[in-house]
Each structure stands twice: as C-alpha cells, then as structure tokens.
Ligand binder design. Sequence first.
Ligand code: IPM
Ligand code: MN
Length: 341
Amino acid sequence: MTDPSSPTSGSPTSGRPHRVGVIGGDGIGPEVIAEALKVVAAAGVELETVDYDLGGARYLRDGVVLDDATVEEWRGLDALLLGAVGTPDVPPGVIERGLLLKMRFDLDLYVNQRPFLAPDLTHDFIVIRENTEGTYAGEGGFLRKGTPHEVATQGSVNTRMGVERCVRYAFELARSRPRKHLTMVHKTNVLTFAGDLWQRTFDEVATEYPDVATAYNHVDAACIYFVQSPSQYDVIVTDNLFGDILTDLGGAVSGGIGLASSGNLNPARTGPSMFEPVHGSAPDIAGQQKANPVAAILSAAMMLEFLGEADAAARIRKACADTATLVGSTAAVGDLVAARL
Ligand code: IPM
Ligand code: MN
C-alpha cells in the first residue's frame, strides 16, 4: 500500500531510538506525561526525548508561546508528545491558537484521530476530526470593536483539498477495520455551503470504496446516538468544530475523558505527528497526583503504533483495558500499567 493517506502503521526506525519532542505543558500535563514515558520504557521501546518548556506558565514567565525556530526544529523529529496546555491567568486563545493550533496548522496535522472504546467493550469507534480548517482556521475579525455597532465574524473555511484528504483517510481507516463502516457527521441541512462541499466530496470518494458501507448523521442527532446507541458507530468523519464537541461527548460515554486519547496526524509523514490526551490541564487538581494518566498513556501507545511499534502499542492498550482496576495516584496507575506489560 503506497497511498500516503494510509492509516496503517509506519515501520520502526530500525537502528536508532525514536526522537520525540515532549511538551509536558501546564497543570496535570507533566504528571500524566511522566507516566506515559514510564510505560513506553517498560514496554521496551527506546525513545530519545527532547523536552520543550511551553504553555501558559512559560508564557507568563517570558512571553514566549511558540516561535517559528522551534517549529523548524520539530520538523526533524519523529513525533511530539504533549500533556496539556492552558493556565487560568492567560487570556483565552493565546495558548490555544498560539501553541496548539499553530502546531496543528504549521505541521499540517490534518487528521485528529480519537478512538473510543467502552470499558465493557459494548462500543468501539473512532472519530476522524478534520484538524486544519473549518471555524478553527481563524477567518474573520472585528469591525467597530467596542462600539454599540460592533460586528464580529468567524467564518468556516472548507477547501476541497482539505476535506478530501481527511475523508479519504477516514475511508482507508474504515476499510482496515472489520466492520468497514463510515458515518459522516455534519449539519448539511443548515450549513448548506460547507455541508454541500463535504457531502459531495464524501459521496465521490465513497465510489472508490465500494467495500465500505456509509451513513450520514446530522451532528445534533449524533449527540443522541452517542448517548443512546454508540455501538452503531465504527468510524466517523466530521469537521473540526463538530469533532471537537463530539469527542468530549465520546469521552464521557466511554469511561470518562480521563481515558480519551488522540493523535494529531500528518498521514503524509512530511513531518512529525503530535499525540495528546483529549483532556485539558485541569489546574484545580494539578500537582496532587490525582489525574488519571491513562489518556496520556494511550496517546503514547497511539504514537508508538504510528511509529511502527505496533506490538508495543497493542501490549500497552491491553494493559490499560481493565480500567476498573487502574486506581490510585497518577504514579500508582502508571506503575500498575507498567507492571502489566
Ligand atoms: C481539543 C481542545 C482544543 C481544541 C483547544 C484546547 C484549542 O479542546 O484538542 O479538543 O479545541 O481543539
Ligand atoms: Mn476539545
């Protein structure tokens, strides 16, 4: 399979350890990443890590969010692993747009892959969220800001290329799974421009995948199905903002957000992909060893899979499967998972 959009694993970079940039970040980020790295080492995979002190705390210290030179340095890495970023004292958007979204956009991490497995195994689906366009693209601005006649617009940018590469990735992923089923989620009945482009692209790409069964749900209806019948899903593909919202719900119905992992992927492999738990920095419990590190550990497993370490990834996932028994402090849960490998 030579298709660059293939979701299948890469091959191990034999002969040398994988080079991984690590951004522990803010709040519980460093604590959960420490456990993820502990588990990777226990699985027998050697990483050469480079630490980057970035996030809200760093910004408050010296004003640095993320400079272009650092992004250039990252291009030579195999992957990035991020804990969580965000501090209450920083205005909204500074870290989100300046760090997280800059990573996604500059490194062209156009697929955000978020798997959801019910602890009792009654559902097992993956959301493929478009990760570089939509309302996240930053289109819009203010007019007459601060006056009674203020106007604010925030457009949704959808390119044929951007939608198609994401949809194609989702079809490849669906094809690789036993059920071979792909649902597009959007709001085509209201977002008649963006939705039309998504639907036409989806339908055209579908003709190339006759072995993949397809469905369509409006995003509001999908919220009901996520709660009432999540087992109907196999792979879902959706736009950036819908995917953001749906994947928090996906976490909530799959054992909690403390288990939800994600990969921000550059499937073309023109640079490193970035792996992070879906949860945030949870400043209220930071430094108390209360955070569940499983989301970070499973994100590291996804990273290993992408780097061609499928066996280690599978062993880590298996060690995390019995979530009810993974209790205790952040470090204790990391130790338990490591001991089960
Ligand atoms: C996520 C987060 C981010 C997003 C924020 C922190 C910018 O909520 O990864 O889901 O909206 O994508
Ligand atoms: Mn989110």
